[in-house]
Design a protein around this ligand. Structure first.
Ligand code: NAD
Ligand code: DAU
Length: 358
């Protein structure tokens, strides 16, 4: 049994689906169900008994402690976070609460649980912290990609909160010996990506005939990784990663935002042409830049490739086509998110009873 936090979000839900395609080992999915948590992402599991969902907040150390005592997982994979940079600019408090204090609370519960395990179980236990390349700050055009040794220089409240959580995780290994692993990954994309993020937002707006907003001059660069490749990397790190180490994960796919948006328009022109046959590119609109907008991220993923033998299976070209196809085939999922209907999941499935195991 493993405990996954944030398993109703974009990457967490992909991770759980991916996990059960490879393994019968049960998963406890501990998620607060904020606006970003959507249990419809896991509807393919139906009533699968391998998946135990528990609604709760990682800031609630007592709740996490009782879950750990009841289910005795061999590992924690920690996805739960506030994840959207723009939201962190408008309202940083939730980012500090969940990403910093929440990770601290989780570490405290994990440390108490882990110290009480028998020797063999203590040695085998893992706390895998899922983090971001944004902690390294912004690169210039000629700078080498981020390595695991690149100094931290976070620039947004989001990345600062993730950097703080990475430091806490590191300290729990250094000070208490907790067997932690940290992964720092680049921009994910794929199914169940919440349509406030660039790629799903552009697809949804294009199909709705709305403007396609590009911040600033559109020349900011991101490295893009298909989400199932990230999930596979996390599985590799969980099995063979060395406790106390960090692993950068990336797709070797640096693109400007303008490139990404134009590519999406071109795929949509082919797969879902507008009724008036106009080019989706005509909807592109340059808008005011994000404050403090990092110019460029790039990941050097050689450590995980060389030590653990992981490599992405998708290229950007294959992954982005799959992604557009998925959104075209799953318009109901998008409408549900846009209307807020997905937030009714717990009421719909459990009535007014909270599904809390205490
Ligand atoms: P997301 O916003 O889609 O999902 C976050 C999930 O965490 C949601 O289900 C939400 O309900 C849950 N959550 C939030 N606060 C919680 C709390 N206090 N207690 C319990 N659950 C809570 O995020 P995502 O894009 O899936 O990202 C997952 C993790 O991966 C995050 O830690 C993020 O920093 C990291 N990451 C994301 C990307 C990316 O491109 N999306 C890249 C690298 C790293
Ligand atoms: O690098 C990893 C990070 O990637 C993760 O840690 C974050 O959780 C995740 O949200 C993502 O952060 P970004 O800020 O890079 O993602 P976002 O989709 O918000 O933006 C991608 C780029 O597109 C960024 O340069 C800003 C730009 N953008 C974004 C939006 C929403 C636009 O130009 N227009 C938009 O409307």
């Amino acid at each position: 049994m493993i405990l996954v936090t944030g398993g109703a979000g974009f990457i967490g839900s992909n991770f759980i689906l991916d996990w059960f395609s490879q393994s019968d080992e049960p998963v406890i999915n501990f998620d607060k169900l904020t606006y970003a948590g959507n249990l419809n992402n896991l509807s393919a599991l139906g009533q699968d008994l391998r998946h135990v969902f528990v609604q709760g907040d990682i800031c609630d150390t007592a709740h996490v402690a009782s879950l750990l005592a009841t289910h005795a997982p061999r590992a924690i994979v920690h996805f739960a976070a506030e994840s959207h940079v723009d939201r962190s600019i408008h309202g940083p408090a939730d980012f500090i609460a969940t990403n910093v204090n929440g990770t601290f609370s989780l570490l405290e519960a994990a440390r108490a649980y882990w110290s009480g395990l028998r020797d063999a179980d203590r040695a085998a236990f893992r706390f895998l912290h899922v983090s971001t390349d944004e902690v390294y700050g912004s690169l210039g055009p000629d700078d080498a990609p981020f390595r695991e040794t690149t100094p931290y220089a976070p620039n947004s409240p989001y990345s600062a909160s993730k950097a703080a959580s990475d430091h806490l995780v590191r300290a729990y290994h250094h000070t208490y010996g907790l067997p932690v692993l940290t992964t720092n990954c680049s921009n994910n994309y794929g199914p169940y990506h919440f349509p406030e993020k660039l790629i799903p937002l552009i697809i949804a707006n294009a199909l709705d005939g709305k403007p396609l907003p590009i911040y600033g001059d559109g020349q900011n660069m991101r490295d893009w990784l298909y989400v199932s490749d990230h999930c596979a990397a996390i599985r590799r790190v969980l099995v063979d990663g060395r406790p106390g180490e960090t692993y950068n994960i990336g797709g070797w796919n640096e693109k400007t935002n303008l490139d990404v948006v134009q590519t999406l328009c071109d795929i949509l022109n082919a797969l879902a042409p507008r009724a008036d046959a106009a080019n989706y590119r005509n909807q592109i609109t340059f808008v005011q830049d994000r404050p403090g907008h990092d110019r460029r991220y790039a990941i050097d993923a050689r450590k995980i490739e060389q030590e653990l033998g992981w490599r992405p299976a998708e290229t950007f070209e294959s992954g982005i086509r799959k992604t557009v196809r998925w959104y075209l085939d799953n318009q109901d999922w998008v409408r549900d998110v846009q209307s807020g209907a997905y937030l009714k999941w717990v009421e719909k499935n459990y009535g007014n009873r909270q599904h809390n195991e205490r």
